[in-house]
Design a protein around this ligand. Structure first.
Ligand code: 5GP
Ligand code: MN
Length: 320
């Protein structure tokens, strides 16, 4: 199978390489951080120099994965991107890497194959699932620290094992990581049962923006820069916000619009009932997974909302 042979090739490449830069996507989540940290730890265990780069700082709740990974400075000889489907997801400060990625390790079916080489497995619930296989292929023992990174990617990308992407293989890898000593209950509490006061203040405001379309089948919320400021929320407080609209009974498509620095809107789309989120977002140059995808829209809140709701209406077969 092409994917497996690519995994072996990626392992061979990394065994030969040194001075490796690992890239995570902008607005980093548990999977891109877990993938980067696990790979960085494995490469350093092999005696190599490796360093992680990202457009944005890693939120505090993910910092345990970076513990002990002291910064290294070197002239890069190889670049690996993890969990990054498209160069635009590198973020504006990382654009110089767009044409320099040697290997991309990813699980998005919408991956644009921008790298020289890639391992893309859309059946993997998280990129860390693939990273776990890659590390084994490189002949490195997965220790407790690496296992915690891999487990984190899996639990965050499956919403704590609730989404359709969690397969028997996903549970098996997670179980293997627990056997390596991962404190799964602790990680899940931090990821899913802990909120800052600022986040709660933000949710209060965000819920006020919720609008319903097509007899309640589509729900849209938005977050402006002003709402962030008023509630005292930072990027650290944004994780999982996009799951709010889909939680409402009867909603098949939940949309979250987040105003970016430049005034454009980052759209997060979540779907139920087999509606293809990635397909909807691809109309606007975005992509993602069948049930979770994103894109960027320009214009005012109303204009951006109108565009995305219009695209949803076509899929739901509704007249707007
Ligand atoms: P989120 O809504 O959590 O930012 O992203 C959901 C999924 O869609 C993630 O797997 C993410 O990589 C993907 N995604 C989000 N925004 C974009 C985008 O603008 N372009 C592409 N290709 N994928 C995106
Ligand atoms: Mn992922």
């Amino acid at each position: 199978m092409r994917m497996e042979s690519n995994l072996q090739k990626a392992a061979e490449f990394l065994k030969q390489a040194d001075k490796i830069e690992i890239l995570s996507h902008q607005y980093p989540d548990g999977d891109t951080i877990g993938s980067a940290a696990a790979l960085c730890r494995a490469l350093r265990k092999m005696g190599k120099q490796a360093q992680i780069y990202c457009n944005d700082p890693f939120p505090g709740k993910f910092q345990y994965m970076m513990e002990g990974l002291t910064p290294q400075s070197f002239e890069s000889q190889a670049v690996v991107a993890v969990d990054i489907a498209d160069t635009q997801l590198l973020g504006p400060r990382m654009m110089q890497y767009a044409t320099r990625v040697d290997w991309c390790i990813d699980h998005h079916g919408s991956n644009t194959h921008y790298a020289q080489n890639w391992v893309v497995d859309p059946t993997a619930a998280a990129t860390t699932e693939i990273i776990a296989r890659l590390i084994v292929e490189m002949g490195v023992e997965i220790d407790r620290e690496i296992a915690a990174c891999i487990y984190t990617g899996i639990t965050t990308d499956t919403g704590c094992f609730r989404y359709t992407n969690a397969t028997p293989a996903t549970y098996r890898i997670a179980a293997d990581m627990m056997e390596k000593g991962v404190d799964a209950a602790y990680i899940n509490r931090v990821m899913f049962d802990t909120k800052s006061r600022a986040r709660l203040e933000l949710e209060r405001r965000v819920l006020d923006t919720m609008a319903f379309y097509f007899q309640g089948q589509c729900a849209v919320i938005y977050v402006t820069k002003r709402m962030m400021k008023e509630s005292g929320a930072s990027d650290d407080d944004m994780d999982g916000l996009a799951s709010l609209p889909r939680q409402v009974e009867g909603v098949k498509v939940g949309i979250t619009m987040r105003e970016k620095e430049d005034g454009s809107f980052k759209i997060s789309l979540r779907s139920n009932n087999g509606i293809n989120a990635s397909e909807i977002c691809s109309k606007f140059g975005g992509g993602g997974h069948p049930a979770a995808a994103g894109c960027v829209l320009h214009g005012s809140v109303e204009e951006a909302r109108q565009s995305i709701v219009q695209a949803v209406s076509l899929v739901l077969g509704e007249i707007q």
